[in-house]
Design a protein around this ligand. Structure first.
Ligand SMILES: C[S@@+](CC[C@H](N)C(=O)[O-])C[C@H]1O[C@@H](n2cnc3c(N)ncnc32)[C@H](O)[C@@H]1O
Length: 269
């Protein structure tokens, strides 16, 4: 991170180099988020993605849901450029915008949105800022809307933090070997002290999962839950309605995984 915890172009460069091994089970995470979206495959609905990075999740959403639109917001220019190139083939269904997640001046862009997605950024907000975000999403999302977040969480005890530190390294090392046949990328990850649970950094402010589910419920989401977890990385969120769900054919996990893998393969190429 740059000075005062601001994400910089240099951070984006390091993340691009390491993401394939630094994010546990990345294809699984993308597929899980896609599968949790409470709309049918042929429905027209509006997604806002917070901190969209290179636009991989946004691309997967547009691919999986041919009538959906995505507004992909990110704070860093090179990330937005990559996303713009990636989404250009969707002919206006994917839009890109700049935002500072911590500022709150962009909340009106959530008004009436059907789904808010975010991967690996909410942990840069402190507890109070997360609560404000969750309240804004609950108040502004459409009736059938959902807020779905993939992110690292804090361990509730030292044992959990130590476990997350060890399992995170084990996952990254295994992914390095599986993807490249070598541990070189993992060694780079160790050298950059990327493992938050081993090298806490004041710019990373993950909260515990329990706190966040509580804040989501207090914000007004009818249903809150954790849907996936590995090495301190979780997928959790809230639905505004208890029952309302997609009409028509739903996206199933295996199909979502195929779509996620294709989007990630384009990144690697
Ligand atoms: C670790 S990357 C994750 C990117 C992508 N969501 C993914 O899962 O691959 C973090 C992203 O958050 C963006 N970011 C970090 N802090 C931000 C802030 N305060 N406001 C807006 N974007 C921010 C960065 O530009 C970067 O694209």
């Amino acid at each position: 991170m740059g000075e005062q915890g601001v994400w910089t172009e240099a951070n984006s460069k390091t993340y691009r180099q390491l993401a394939a091994i630094a994010v546990p089970a990345r294809a699984e995470q993308i597929a899980t988020l896609l599968t949790l979206i409470p709309f049918g495959r042929d429905e027209a609905f509006r997604v806002v993605e917070l901190a969209s990075g290179e636009g991989i999740l946004a691309e997967a959403v547009l691919e999986a849901f041919p009538q959906a639109t995505v507004l992909a917001l990110d704070g860093e220019e090179t990330m937005r450029q990559t996303t713009a190139a990636r989404l250009s083939r969707f002919e206006g269904r994917g839009r890109i915008g700049a935002f500072d997640m911590r500022a709150g001046d962009w909340y009106p862009q959530l008004d009436g949105a059907d789904c808010v997605l975010s991967s690996l950024c909410v942990h840069h907000l402190d507890g109070a800022e997360k609560q404000v975000l969750y309240l804004a999403a609950a108040n502004r999302l459409a009736e059938r809307g959902a807020l779905l977040i993939a992110d690292l969480v804090e361990g509730a005890r030292r044992e959990a933090r130590d476990l997350f530190a060890d399992t995170y390294d084990a996952t990254a090392k295994a992914q390095s070997a599986a993807l490249t046949g070598s541990t070189a990328l993992f060694e780079q990850l160790v050298a950059t002290e990327w493992n938050y649970y081993r090298y806490p950094d004041p710019v990373d402010k993950p909260s515990t999962l329990f706190e966040q589910l509580t804040w989501l419920k207090e914000a007004g989401f009818a249903v809150v839950d954790c849907f996936w977890m590995q090495a301190g990385h979780t997928i959790y969120g809230g639905y505004r309605s208890e029952e309302a769900s997609g009409a028509g054919e739903r996206l199933h996990y295996e199909a979502a995984l195929e779509i996620a893998r294709r989007a990630l393969a384009e990144t690697a190429g």
